[in-house]
Design a protein around this ligand. Sequence first.
Ligand SMILES: Nc1ncnc2c1ncn2[C@@H]1O[C@H](COP(=O)(O)OP(=O)(O)OP(=O)(O)O)[C@@H](O)[C@H]1O
Length: 264
Amino acid sequence: MHDLIQLHGVSKNYPLPDGSQYPVLQDVSLSIAAGQIVGLIGRSGAGKSTLLRCFNLLERPERGSVQLNGQELTRMPAAQLRRAREQIGMVFQHYNLLHNLTVYDNIAFPLRLHERLNPPRLAARVSECLDIVGLSARAGSYPAQLSGGQKQRVAIARALASRPEVLLCDEPTSALDADTTRSILTTLRNINQTLGVTIVIVSHELAALSQLCHRIVVMDEGRIAEQFDPADTARVRHTALGRELAFYRSEAGLAASWAGVQHA
Ligand SMILES: Nc1ncnc2c1ncn2[C@@H]1O[C@H](COP(=O)(O)OP(=O)(O)OP(=O)(O)O)[C@@H](O)[C@H]1O
């Protein structure tokens, strides 16, 4: 498995109203292997979303390097960066769908923008994505006619439309109830297993992450506090969150309740 994403020495500050700088990311280095599901967890404000958004340069670090397949994104000219970003799909907490467009047209939107597919190929691609998320019957619906979980499925289908290598998910289930969360995470796991898409997910759902992820990265105050394989329950964790995640993984009753998202 090769490293798909590599961050080296990434630092970023946000300016504060008093003119000082808030160090949101401090010298973060992280490698994500192709085909993995990696969870980013940490307290509110730890810098998880900012780090995730550095992966596709939605946020530009002030220092450090961001590589996708060995290509340095921070030095790419705009047109080349746009093409590289097609390899990176993104899913947000609040879905970010276009409300005046049908499900079909929401998924077709990035394809019409970035890829010159003829109408039959476009239709085939949209239908393939709808199939993956189990929403083939709702192509003609508008977002307002869908539940939260269905809207997030449309957002996942849209993120898959350009057949990306990696899916960045920023708290994709935090607006959803427990059952819907489970089914969305099962869908993400299936996407990883059947399509080989690498997934990086920011979430506060500790039990779910401990079942879903091949690797957990714990962030604290803009730094990586620790990272580990959640299946490796024997290792002593250094952070409270790490210990809590290990507990979920080892707790038989809870593990059984998450059987739908357990690794085979
Ligand atoms: N555009 C911005 N300008 C200034 N400060 C920001 C900006 N975006 C985020 N911050 C601050 O940076 C810190 C880290 O934010 P970030 O959203 O990355 O954290 P997080 O770990 O994802 O938190 P949460 O779990 O609450 O979403 C927070 O203190 C936040 O207020």
